[in-house]
Design a protein around this ligand. Structure first.
Ligand SMILES: Cc1cc2nc3c(=O)[nH]c(=O)nc-3n(C[C@H](O)[C@H](O)[C@H](O)COP(=O)(O)OP(=O)(O)OC[C@H]3O[C@@H](n4cnc5c(N)ncnc54)[C@H](O)[C@@H]3O)c2cc1C
Length: 383
């Protein structure tokens, strides 16, 4: 078959949209196929916190690169993307968590990420609505917040203006070795490289990849401008949010530009039903009320769920897809998925790594930690 494009991207969530823009800018003839609406998957369900995270050197490198790319882009973003450089406040409840503040600030300093350790009084100057008696926190002023679905649409619109082809309402049924996709209507398309950017659905097209869906709930309030000023996250988040064996809930609240508060977050494995679970939202609100007692006077408007695409090492899969039978790379089939709770942040870094590799540019950061081959023969490791 004759290739219709250099790159055919399946999925127009924020990752697919970012990859499309980066590919077309690099001079690659690019086609995007999306079954539903732009930014309607996990992207529409996500929180939009642009955050440098330090679970592993690979995670810190990718989140740092990505936050720098967002920062550079901020002046081009339209109002609808709601880029807010509000920063993050990691909240420490006690002395043990203050020790974690110190450790985290050292890791950030080593990576060149600015942060500020704050003690009790200063914490309340920044965030007067936090409950009294907390020990302090770590303020990371460079973190920001966006509204993910409009960001995805903007990235894709920019890519369209620069010449990509976008096929909406087309579901890819199958992806085959040699860069071939089969659409639901039976049509076949071929590209030099097919990039599967279908989020948590990627295992449908490329079975056996090391990834599982991880359900999350979010709650949004009515408008209360100024109630909080930073994205607030408990330091216990690090202990709680990433246990891979049980349902977890952590205090994680975001100030929206609209004045609304977006309350997170929960993580569940094995929950494939997208319905809201009251037992989970009750735990989330209990946790949030513990930190922000005045929340009890605020009106919650809406609750929803979404699915994160979780890999065993919390690092995405960017590069040639492993063949499920042989473990060897599939010819002409790449992955850009597995971003768990960081895909809004890391969409831009993912696009950069993917494109650098496709065109043979010097890498912005080493790409090996994100290469899917790291799990090719270790499927039993999936938690
Ligand atoms: C509750 C929650 C909170 C989160 N908070 C944050 C946060 O604060 N910060 C952050 O950085 N990240 C956050 N995330 C993670 C982030 O939302 C995801 O990592 C990111 O949206 C993944 O984007 P994606 O483009 O890979 O996938 P998706 O957004 O799911 O997009 C995949 C696209 O592929 C399309 N598609 C699927 N199958 C096919 C097919 N067969 N053919 C054609 N098209 C197909 C879908 O319609 C969809 O549009 C959160 C996620 C959740 C669930």
């Amino acid at each position: 078959m004759r290739p219709v494009a250099d790159v055919l991207i399946v999925g127009a969530g924020i990752v697919g949209a970012a990859c499309a823009l980066e590919c077309v800018r690099a001079g690659l003839k690019t086609l995007v196929v999306e079954s539903h609406i732009v930014g309607g998957g996990a992207t529409g369900a996500g929180m939009g916190h642009l955050v440098v995270m330090d679970d592993s050197p690979a995670q810190i490198a990718l989140t740092q690169l990505s936050c720098a790319l967002w920062k550079k882009l901020q002046y081009e973003l339209p109002q609808s993307v709601e880029y807010e450089p509000c920063g993050t406040m990691w909240v420490a409840a006690d002395a043990e968590e203050m020790a974690e503040v110190e450790r985290k600030s050292r890791v950030y300093a080593q990576a060149g990420v600015a942060s500020e350790v704050v003690f009790g009084k200063t914490l309340y100057e920044f965030e007067p609505n936090l409950k009294p008696g907390l020990s302090g926190g770590l303020r990371v002023p460079g973190d920001a917040v966006i509204y993910p679905p409009t960001a995805a649409s903007w990235l894709l619109d920019r890519a369209i203006v620069q010449g990509i082809t976008f096929q909406k309402g087309q579901t890819v049924r199958e992806v085959q070795e040699g860069g071939v996709v089969v659409l639901e209507n039976g049509d076949r398309l071929c590209a030099r490289t097919v990039v599967v950017a279908t989020g948590a659905n990627a295992t449908v097209l490329v079975p056996g990849i090391a990834m599982k869906p991880r359900k999350g709930h979010l709650i949004i309030t009515d408008r209360y401008p100024g109630h909080i000023r930073h994205q607030l996250i408990e330091l216990g988040y690090l202990k709680n949010a990433h246990k891979s064996t049980q349902d977890t809930v952590a205090f994680n609240v975001q100030p929206r530009r609209t004045g609304q508060l977006l309350i997170g977050s929960s993580r569940q494995y094995g929950a494939l039903d997208s319905r809201v679970e009251e037992s989970i939202t009750a735990k989330m609100l209990e946790r949030a009320l513990w930190y922000l007692p005045h929340l009890k006077d605020l009106l919650c408007l809406r609750v929803w769920t979404g699915f994160r695409a979780a890999t065993p090492d919390k690092v995405p899969l960017i590069g040639p897809a492993p063949n499920p039978e042989t473990g060897k790379p599939m010819e002409g089939v790449w992955l850009a998925t597995g971003h768990e709770g960081l895909g809004i942040t890391t969409s831009l870094g993912t696009a950069r790594i993917l494109t650098d590799r496709l065109i043979g540019n010097a890498p912005s950061i080493p790409w090996e930690p994100y290469d899917p081959s790291r799990f090719a023969l270790k499927r039993e490791d999936i938690p």
